[in-house]
Design a protein around this ligand. Structure first.
Ligand code: AKG
Ligand code: FE2
Length: 355
């Protein structure tokens, strides 16, 4: 995990270089080690995980475990979130990027936020500086809008203890006004609430998948980290086929791994997500109708001692259609101490490795 390398670095520049070197090493060496099973993005119907029968829930958990130990990515169906709710947030994403006047976006610019919340113009950020090589100099094409957990968005109401990563008790979210985008906050709240509940449910399945008690993580996600983003990848003017040498001219979002526990991703119909296989091939992972894509992130990879894979991925919109996506990055409570639980989980993982 990059954080370990970063901690030993004396300056911010060194830290940045170390993080880049770490990402490069993962891109060069492949993202997984010891994967014995084929690298696929399986489709898992999680409907039986809502059953009162523990063996039904364990059967879903076993499929999750298989996916997490190989590609680290899977699609879920049978999740219980309606197509109306999913389409409604994609519509709001379109409204935000396509109809909000530029000066209103500027007022929400992430540069005004201590927590990187708000509007993120395409050229303002890039996750993999090596995409910007001397010949290309093309910024990432994505444009974003970021927000995080707030009690008002949590169907459980939270526990009043939410803290941002710096320990501050207020949430740092910024929103377009109701007069600028009527109904926007309401749709976001509905979607975020449902996805947060799904994340808590999935975390119980992750616990089962590791051979842990189902409620192992429950007390760690009472006021969880939950950054979400609306992302917009404009249609390509010059669509190119997938280039095996990675020299794509237009990168939507550069190569990276996510860094929380896991991500729940909703995508519009245009494909674009690509996953780096252990033999260094970008594998397209188009959306499956009605599904979410789930991927393991760095924190869970570290926590499971590398057994669950946080796989490098990127986005390139190779179509003439605009693409929208909404990732939700789920973390345990930011003030949760994990040291002892890591040992306990890994110990149990080893004890139940025949699970
Ligand atoms: O847009 C996508 O499909 C993926 C987005 C992503 O990987 C991210 O925001 O971390
Ligand atoms: Fe990602």
């Amino acid at each position: 995990m990059a954080a370990a390398i970063v901690e030993r670095s004396a300056t911010r520049d060194e830290a940045r270089q170390a993080a880049q070197a770490y990402l490069n090493s993962r891109i060069t060496n492949g993202t997984t080690t010891g994967a014995r099973k084929p690298f696929t993005v399986p489709e898992i119907n999680i409907a039986p995980s809502f059953s009162p029968s523990l063996s039904d829930r364990k059967a879903v958990a076993a499929q999750i475990r298989d996916a997490c130990t190989t590609s680290g990515f899977f699609h879920i169906t049978g999740h219980g979130i309606s197509e109306d709710t999913r389409q409604a947030i994609l519509t709001e994403a379109r409204r935000f990027f396509k109809t909000l006047p530029q000066e209103r976006k500027e007022a929400l610019h992430v540069k005004h936020s201590n927590y990187f919340r708000g509007w993120e113009p395409a050229e303002y950020t890039y996750v993999n500086p090596d995409d910007w090589n001397a010949e290309q100099q093309a910024p990432e094409t994505k444009e974003g809008f970021n927000w995080g957990y707030e009690e008002g968005l949590d169907p459980s109401g939270g526990d009043g203890l939410y803290r941002e990563l710096d320990g501050e008790k207020v949430n740092g979210n910024v929103w377009p006004s109701e007069s600028d985008l009527p109904g926007f906050y309401g749709v976001v709240k509905e979607y975020y609430g449902q996805v947060l509940s799904l994340a808590r449910h999935l975390f119980r399945l992750f616990a089962l998948s590791l051979g842990l008690p189902e409620d192992e993580f429950d007390e760690m996600i009472t006021h969880p980290g939950g950054i979400a983003r609306l992302l917009y990848y404009p249609a390509s003017n010059d669509p190119q086929p997938l280039d095996p040498n990675h020299k794509d001219k237009e990168i939507g979002l550069g190569a990276h791994s996510d860094y929380e526990c896991f991500t729940i991703l909703l995508c519009s119909s245009a494909p674009g997500l690509e996953i780096l296989s252990p033999d260094n091939v970008w594998v397209p992972a188009p959306a499956v109708q009605g599904s979410f894509i789930i991927n393991v992130a760095d924190f869970l990879m570290r926590w499971t001692n590398g057994v669950y894979k946080s796989t490098v991925h990127r986005v390139v919109n190779r179509t003439r259609e605009d693409r929208y996506s909404i990732p939700f990055f789920f973390s345990i409570n930011y003030d949760q101490m994990v040291e002892w639980t890591i040992r306990r989980s890994i110990l149990r993982y080893e004890l139940v490795s025949m699970y």
